[in-house]
Structures are given as C-alpha cells and as structure tokens.
Design a protein around this ligand. Sequence first.
Ligand code: ADP
Ligand code: MG
Length: 256
Amino acid sequence: MPGTSGSSGEIVRLRGVGVSYPGGTAIDGVDLAVRSGERVALVGPSGAGKSTLLGLCSAGVRADRGDVEVFGRSLAGLGAADLAGVRRRIGTVHQRLHLIDRLRVVHNVNAGHLGSWGTWRALGSLVRPREPEAARAALARVGIADRLHQRTGDLSGGEQQRVALARVLVQDPDLVLADEPVSSLDPGRAEEVMRLLCETVATPARTLLVSLHDFDLAVRWCDRVVGLRAGRVLFDLPAARVDAGLREELYSLSGR
Ligand code: ADP
Ligand code: MG
C-alpha cells in the first residue's frame, strides 16, 4: 500500500489530538511523533491516557479533535479496506493476552496470520495447522519451540506471554503496540519478557510503542520515554535524560 511512513520517517504522528468521554477528557491536546525503528515507552499513573493513546494508533479509538497519522496516512480519512491494510501492519500485545486457552499453541500463534489469511484458509488451518514450521520457528525465537502442540491453557503465565510474542513474530508487523505487557508478571519475568519484546522488534527492525507501569523498565529498555499525566505529555525525552526527579514529578502531582 502507498505510504510506508511519513515524509520524515515517522511511523506515528499525533497533532493536537483530543479524546473525550462523557466522564471527562482522556487525551488532551497531545503532539507525538514516533520514528521508524524507535522504541518509545509511555509512562504515567493509572488513568493518564496510555491505553487511549495506544488505541488511537491502532484506530480502535477515534480522535475527537486533531489528527492521527500512521505509516504516513491520516486515519480519519481512511475507508474500511485501507484501515484494514493499516491494521495488518500493526501487531499488538496486551496485558490480557487474548489467547484462546483450549486451542493448541500452534493455533494461537497462527492467529498472527488472520489479517492476511481469508476466512476459509483460517478455518481450514484449525483442522490441519498451516505453516506449522513458521509457528515453530517463532516459538523457537521466544524459547518454547517444544510447546507447539500443547494446549495453551496448560502453559504457565510466562509461557503464554511468549506465545503472544510468537503470534506477533508470525504476523510480521512494522509497528508493535504493547499495552502494559508485563504488569501482571513478577519483576524477574517482567525483565525477561521486556528482553524478548525488544528482540522481537529488533530483527527485522520494527517500531515499538509500549505503555509501562514500571518507570525503570521504560528507561532500561526504550530509546525514548514519554511521560503522560491527565491526558497531556509532561515530558518526552531520550531515556538517558530521564531521572528520578521526573519520575517524582510525574507521579506526585495531584491527579485530575
Ligand atoms: P491509562 O491506560 O493510562 O490507565 P486510559 O487511557 O485507560 O488510561 O484512561 C484515561 C481516562 O479515560 C481515564 O479517566 C478513563 O477512565 C477514561 N476512559 C478510558 N476509556 C474510556 C471509555 N471507553 N469510556 C469512558 N471513559 C474512558
Ligand atoms: Mg491502561
């Protein structure tokens, strides 16, 4: 499809974006640019607008004002087919993994193909898994190749998190959006999953926008950290320039 990225290599571009709900304002005049190959963390207290901002990028949430561009295309002007084309190039990892427990691992990994496979091909694959080698290779990259035929629900939480990453590898997206992907894991596992997530986006080079509750993980694993509070960008800095003072400021200011 035309438009791989914006004129300056921007994969995501928000200009003066606002999102309001009857209960209040979730996003309040946000400008943000994410360039190709960058790993950008969104941090901020609960309710800051992190999930809403990620939803804007995947066209799951519509902007009430301002403009959202993804891969150089303004989402507001796109019809259903173009929107589907954009979504095919976006991989998502959620806190809740959206895996189907009763299916074998291979099927959950192959769900990464759903954007490009037609319905019949997808249904056929449930009988006889298509491309099991691609699924096995993806599982090998996240260290659980031997789980291919196991029931997903029988895997540990950390293993299921890896299945979700293998699904992204099989989808092969240009942009990965991850909403608090490690918040339900203990610190050791969180570190491990962040490492795998960063490896997933490293080869081939993809762009990552990830919301994280843990400020230290954001600084350690991302190139840039964006602090959100009450729907506004409080700071947007290279990770090396983010310090404990900023963290204090982000979390200590009174909320909305
Ligand atoms: P975060 O992910 O940083 O915790 P969210 O983006 O989920 O923040 O939410 C930002 C604000 O928008 C919160 O006040 C939340 O209650 C509100 N909000 C988010 N989604 C909805 C919705 N679907 N309906 C009403 N209010 C919402
Ligand atoms: Mg959230």
